[in-house]
Design a protein around this ligand. Structure first.
Ligand SMILES: Cc1cc2nc3c(=O)[nH]c(=O)nc-3n(C[C@H](O)[C@H](O)[C@H](O)COP(=O)(O)OP(=O)(O)OC[C@H]3O[C@@H](n4cnc5c(N)ncnc54)[C@H](O)[C@@H]3O)c2cc1C
Length: 432
């Protein structure tokens, strides 16, 4: 089939790879000059299967109230006259119900396990390099109450097949010696040895290159204006190329992977996607031989920020702000991350060369992405990946290629369009 993938972030690029592997003729369209230049550009780098508790959980409403007036809050709502924002917030509160949270964790963990196994298989097949590390993820706590509260979600994730150890402060320092400078603050941690980390942008650029070698075509510098719907089919996509010339692209079927911008396009063809942009920040610093930056990927529970070592760089990312499509760098929020980084790790890297970045997570209220066939027969969705798009890229792309090709996906997930999983998914793929 002739497929048009809309968006060359980590999600669109990975979907294009698996579609092409399934024998489809694939073209990817993006307004940027190369793949992975928007939200997939400088994220936290974690392949975080076992820390999949969504923001929407029973403890979230109280925390949100506590954080309301703080400009440096980990999760910040800036109220706007925007019905989409208010509707999203109401749906978010519903997803905080314990039964919804349990359901959502199960979805995210299943997709995560499958996705990590698919990433490992892709790495073995292609040798793709992206500063990846297989040293696990250590989520550390500085508040005893929060550490106690983490036991229950850890058990839920264990029940779904995640390897997760609750450990004391000394063991945290043993696993990541750079934490010695923060030893007095630590009360404990949860360590997930099979989680990974790596540079999502490097991965996306490399996979686009490998895909190009195998026939995937990338139309970069091409802005999508809208989809043309005729009856229950998408007939074409209206675009403007890098020279400003308008055009029309046609295919047998289309994949929506425009990240945070997906709902704007989908609305116009009558599909309501509950996706709202949640803005996050990252800082990246160079690390030399004289520095003592962490090697194991870390999550700081108190500040909700993550640290990933990417070769000779340290990436520190986090915070979420519901403020529409605004992509301005807020100085207070940037400073909060840098201050926390150097408070915990005074010798982490070169502070004079900090690079700031901000990106819009395409977030659904539950953090569960929208994957599968839409109500429009030849339009597929792979979007709304929120906080875990890098973690879920390979699994969602591979499952989508199965669905498009008429095969049962190998993972048990609530796909759109009701695609049912294979009866006996290969254990190696689900639990590797
Ligand atoms: C601070 C931060 C930290 C994060 N940390 C992690 C992490 O540690 N682990 C993890 O798993 N995930 C993490 N994420 C989430 C992850 O980065 C996202 O879920 C993922 O990048 C989303 O990918 P995407 O391809 O859907 O979106 P994008 O990467 O934004 O791709 C969408 C593409 O669509 C294109 N596009 C949009 N509109 C148009 C148009 N009109 N015409 C043409 N092209 C268009 C854009 O140019 C873009 O390339 C983090 C996110 C942030 C912000």
């Amino acid at each position: 089939m002739k497929m048009l993938v809309l968006g060359a972030g980590v999600i669109g690029t990975t979907a294009a790879w698996y579609l092409s592997q399934s024998g489809h003729e694939v073209t990817v369209v993006d307004r940027q000059t190369r793949a992975g230049n928007e939200t997939s550009f400088a994220n936290g780098g974690q392949i975080s299967v076992s820390h999949a508790e969504p923001w929407a959980n029973p403890h979230a409403p109280m925390k949100l109230v506590k954080w309301l007036a703080r400009d440096d809050a980990p999760l910040l709502l800036r109220p706007r006259l925007d019905p989409a924002q208010w509707r999203w917030c109401v749906q978010f509160l519903i997803e905080c119900l314990p039964s919804r949270t349990r359901h959502n964790i199960a979805q995210l963990v299943r997709l995560g396990l499958y996705s990590r196994a698919s990433l490992q298989a892709l790495r073995a097949e292609t040798g793709i390099a992206y500063d990846h590390l297989q040293r696990g993820i250590l989520h550390f706590y500085t508040d005893a109450h929060e550490f106690d509260a983490a036991q229950a979600p850890a058990q839920v994730m264990r029940d779904h097949g995640c390897e997760i150890e609750m450990i004391d402060a000394d063991r945290c320092v043993q696993i990541e010696p750079a934490l010695a400078t923060a030893r007095d603050r630590l009360v404990g941690g949860s360590f997930t040895p099979t989680d990974e980390s790596g540079d999502a942008h490097r991965f996306t650029v490399e996979l686009a290159r490998l895909g190009g070698e195998r026939g995937v075509q990338f139309l970069t510098g091409t802005r999508i204006l809208g989809l043309t719907r005729v009856g229950d089919r998408i007939e074409s996509v209206r675009v403007v190329d890098a020279n400003g010339s308008p055009g029309t692209l046609r295919a047998d079927a289309y994949v929506m992977a425009l990240g945070s911008y997906s709902p704007l396009m989908l609305n116009k063809v009558g599909i309501d996607a509950p996706i709202y942009p949640t803005k996050g920040y990252s800082v990246t610093i160079p690390v030399g031989a004289q520095h003592t930056a962490p090697q194991v990927s870390l999550t700081d529970d108190e500040y909700k920020i993550v640290f990933s070592r990417l070769g000779d760089r340290l990436r520190c990312a986090g915070t979420a702000e519901l403020n529409g499509y605004d992509t301005e760098l807020n100085e207070v929020r940037c400073r909060a991350i840098v201050d926390r980084l150097f408070t915990l790790f005074p010798n982490a890297g070169d502070r004079s060369q900090v690079r700031y970045w901000t990106g819009l997570r395409p977030s659904t209220p539950s953090n569960v992405p929208l994957i599968g066939r839409s109500r429009i027969g030849n339009l597929y969705l792979n979007t709304g990946h929120g906080t875990l798009g890098w973690t879920h890229a390979c699994g969602s792309g591979r499952a989508l290629a199965d669905i498009v090709s008429g095969r049962a996906p190998e993972v048990d997930f609530a796909f759109l369009g009701g695609a049912r999983p294979k009866r006996n998914p290969a254990p190696a793929l689900v639990n590797a």
